[in-house]
Every structure is written in C-alpha cells, then in structure tokens.
Design a protein around this ligand. Structure first.
Ligand code: FAD
Length: 465
C-alpha cells in the first residue's frame, strides 16, 4: 500500500471502502450518489472551482430518471424546472410541416425530461452534499497510480489513495490514456453546432416569433436541410428558449463550451429557410451564442485499468452525440450499474466488479453512441422518397429497450454471470440491447465513410418505431 504523510489510507475507511471519483459532471455526481447510497465512503475531485452554469438543454430519459427517483425529492424538483414536450414537430427548410411525432413524457411512470444542464447539475450537486459526499473543487487531477490493493490520483503534489478510482472526466478524459495506455484524441464528427439558451422574452419583439412567448406548453421544433438541422426548443417553466443549428464543421471550431459563435455566420447557414426559424435566430442575444465542435470517439472495449482498480464512466468511456439524447442518461446508467456491482461484490472484489461493469455496459453504450449518428444521418441525408411514403421515417427513436431499462436491477440480476465471464473468459450475452440485436463493433472511420450515403431504413441498427 502506497502511503505518505498526506495520503488517506484507502482500506482504512470503514468496512465498505473508499472510492475516489474524478469529475463532478453528471457521470461523476451520479456515481458518487449511487455509491454513497450503498454505504461507500466517497470523495469527488473536480477541476472547476465552482460548477459551471454552461450548457443548455440536456435530455434525461426515463432510464435515467428511474435511477434519480431514489435520490430524495430531487426528481420532483427536476420535473418542476424541466420541459416535457408532448410532441416533436419536424419541418423542411421552407417551413412545410413534415411530421408531428408524439413524444412520450414518461415510460413505466418515470419522466422523460429536457432540463437545463447547469440547473439540473446544481440540484444533483446539492443532493450529493446533503448525503455527506466530500468534494475537492478547483483541483485538477494530474496523474493516476495503482497497485494491487489500492489506486489513487495526484493533485497539486498531493497523493490521494483509495480502494478504487472512478474517472468521470468527460470526453477529453486524461484517465483514458492511463487506462488504455495510449493517447487517443477525440475525433471531429465533421459537424459543429451553434447553440444558445436565452430568455424567452427576446422572441417578443418580432410578430413572427411573439406567439412563442405566449405558449402554455413546452415546444420542440426541428427544421431539416441538407447537412444542416436547426432546433427551436422552449421551456415554459424557466421561460427560456434554446436554439441549435448543426452545420458542417468548416471553420475548424475548437471544442469549448465558451467558444463564441458569430450570429451572422449562423444566419448564413440558414439563408432562405423558413422565416420563422430565421426570425428566432435573429433574436438571439449575440453574447449568448457559442459555436461548439461536435467530437466523438471510437467505442472502446477497455474501460478498466491494468490492476482493475481504476475505471472510466460516462463520456470518458463512451461519448455520445447530442442527437442520441443519451449522453447524460448512459452516464447515469453507468452509475447505477457500478453502485449495484460494488454493493454485491464488495471492496474485496473491486477488479471483478469493474470488469463486470465493462461487460454489462459496452454493447449497450456502443449502440446508443451509434444511434446518435444514425438520427443525425436520417435528418441530414434524408431519403425524401421514403419520407413521402412514411414521414415517421424522421422520428427520433425512443425504443422501449432503452427507455424502460432498469440498470440497477440488470446489474444485480446479471452480476454473477458477468463475473463468471470475467474469471473464466466465457462469452457474456448482453440482454440490454434490442431483442435479436447482434452486436457489431464500429469505428468513427466506418461511420464517416457512410456519411454521404442516402439514409435508407435498413441502414440503421436502432429502429425508430
Ligand atoms: C461545460 C459543459 C457543458 C455541457 N453542456 C451540455 C449541454 O448543454 N447539453 C448536452 O447534451 N450535453 C452537455 N454537456 C455534455 C454532457 O454533460 C455529457 O455528455 C454527459 O452528461 C456525460 O457527463 P460526464 O459526467 O461523463 O462528462 P462531463 O459532463 O463532461 O463532466 C466531466 C467533468 O470532469 C471534470 N474534469 C475533467 N478533467 C478533469 C481532471 N483532470 N481533474 C478533475 N476534474 C476533471 C470536468 O471539469 C467536468 O466537470 C456539457 C459538458 C460540459 C463539460
């Protein structure tokens, strides 16, 4: 066991053990709460001095709200400040309505939420503090280390040691290099997104957009063009509007949540489009617009380090494109899975628990990652003949296997089989993917090669029925 004067002895923290978590995004906070609920001592290290209010809308599917329903009365508060649009309306770029697709607001009694990322992250952070989880904010983890019986991180010359480390450090994860042994940079997806969240009252000035300020129901409108889609989203509870415009990444935009966007450039992308979305864009306060590069990574099978005491979760393991609507939800499913496995296997079997976690999660998240690309492709390389026959072709998938899933139960139920597969090297058959689904590994390269092909139904692995 590595120790020095400042170190915390990992095995000295009660019978359940101590877990260090890196990153206080949705993945890190959710994992901290799930482990605290199961009796572990948890400490979270986060690079930001205070939790950011950056970001706009984040979808929390019922597969995630099911997990959050165990976190005091947080879910009620989240519902009160989130949107739950009853439908998504799709238009072509001229404004012709193509489809009004009902959006379920719940599955199995658990809500589907479209929340403000900063507001909801703040609620989860407060819940974590109430539970007694310790936070070290403003501390960037510089390196990771591990031995057979412990693992830890270095921050500002200090070494923190615990029974295990869970790295929830997002798409630019430094832990990923430690775990897989090579530096892999995230890849451009070929697209960037102008995105903004601003007070709804800004839309009151133009008669074309004024009716949006009088809405009593949340609104989700999507306009489709070739290689471009635009979204107008209105949350009545917070009286806010969100606009996205996904466009070809020709400007070498940096991936940053603060990279300013140019309103003039954004309007050029939709020149000649439906006057309503153009008017809504013209109302954006320029200082509230960012241009955000859409990055992604190949799915990787290895999330767990050499000794089995460090694992990746959330975007560090499996970053999702926004069109999946599942980035946060899959991070929260990870949390429930790890909580159940460590609860069942205990601190004496952490490497087995983490490797079982990989088995339980890889094929499902590889598919939800791919689903984000598929939806974008449906919208950008639209097969208009298929749409003429069946406009439902454009629907965003919200399949039952995804939205009704109980990650915690699945982990408890299949823990023994996953551990046996880890120990004996026998195959593990995932049952948290669509019935009949046969897993295929894929890479960003493969998807980019398909990018220009026109969207046909057989092209997709996730049906949008
Ligand atoms: C500022 C920001 C705004 C976002 N806004 C949106 C949005 O509007 N809509 C949307 O769908 N998705 C948004 N996302 C992405 C979304 O939050 C994630 O896809 C998803 O919730 C999975 O979360 P995560 O916890 O795995 O990763 P993240 O949310 O990226 O969290 C990672 C955390 O780790 C911290 N961290 C990174 N490196 C270190 C280190 N070395 N030491 C300590 N801490 C470290 C980061 O500061 C961050 O808080 C945003 C992400 C960020 C960082």
């Amino acid at each position: 066991m590595a120790t020095n004067g400042n170190e915390i002895n990992g095995t000295g923290f009660g019978s359940r053990g101590k877990i260090l978590i890196v990153g206080a995004g949705y993945g890190g906070l959710a994992t901290a709460i799930e482990l605290k609920r199961k009796g572990f001592h948890v400490e979270v290290v986060e690079a930001a001095r205070q939790l950011t209010t950056q970001g706009d809308i984040i979808q929390v599917g019922s597969n995630a709200s099911r997990v959050m329903s165990n976190w005091g009365n947080l879910l009620e508060q989240a519902v009160a400040e989130s949107a739950q649009p009853a439908r998504m309306t799709l238009f072509d770029k001229s404004g012709k309505k193509l489809l009004e697709a009902p959006l379920p607001t719940e599955f199995s009694g658990y809500p589907v939420l479209y929340s403000n990322r900063g507001l909801l992250q703040r609620l989860i952070f407060e819940e974590a503090k109430t539970l007694g989880i310790e936070f070290r904010l403003g501390k960037r983890v510089k390196s990771y280390f591990e031995e057979d019986d412990c693992a830890g991180v270095e921050i500002d010359g200090e070494r923190l040691v615990a029974d295990a480390v869970i790295a929830a450090d997002g798409i630019h994860s430094a832990a990923r290099k430690h775990v897989i042994g090579i530096q892999q940079h995230p890849r451009s997806s070929g697209f960037a997104v102008y995105r903004t969240c601003f007070p709804l009252e800004c839309l009151a000035k133009d008669p074309l957009t004024k009716p949006f300020t009088e809405l009593k129901e949340d609104l989700f409108h999507v306009w489709l063009g070739s290689d471009v889609h635009a979204i107008l989203f209105i949350t009545v509870a917070t009286q806010s509007a969100v606009i996205f415009c996904t466009h070809k990444d020709t400007y070498e935009v940096e991936e940053s949540w603060t990279n300013p966007g140019d309103l003039h450039d954004m309007l050029n992308v939709v020149e000649g489009w439906d006057p309503i979305i153009c008017a809504a864009m013209k109302a954006i306060p320029p200082e509230k617009l960012i241009d955000w590069k859409l990055l992604w990574r190949d799915p990787i099978r290895q999330w767990v380090s050499r000794t089995g005491r460090i694992t990746l979760v959330g975007d560090a393991a499996h970053p999702h494109l926004p069109t999946s609507g599942q980035g946060a939800a899959q991070a929260i499913e990870d949390a429930a899975t790890i909580g159940a496995l460590l609860d069942k296997l205990g601190k004496d079997n952490i490497p087995d628990a983490f490797r079982a976690f990989e088995k339980l999660r890889y094929e499902r998240t590889s598919l939800t990652q791919r689903m984000g690309w598929e939806t974008r492709h449906r919208w950008h390389q639209t097969d208009w003949e298929a749409v003429a026959v069946n406009p439902e072709f454009l629907k965003m998938p919200q399949p039952m296997w995804l939205y009704t899933f109980d990650a915690e139960k699945y982990a408890y139920d299949r823990c023994d089989e996953a551990v046996e597969s880890v120990r004996k090297g026998t195959p593990f058959i995932s049952t948290n993917t669509p019935e009949g689904h046969v897993h295929e590994d894929w890479t960003v390269e493969m998807m980019m090669a398909l990018e220009k092909e026109q969207a046909k139904d057989h092209f997709y692995r996730v049906a949008n029925k």
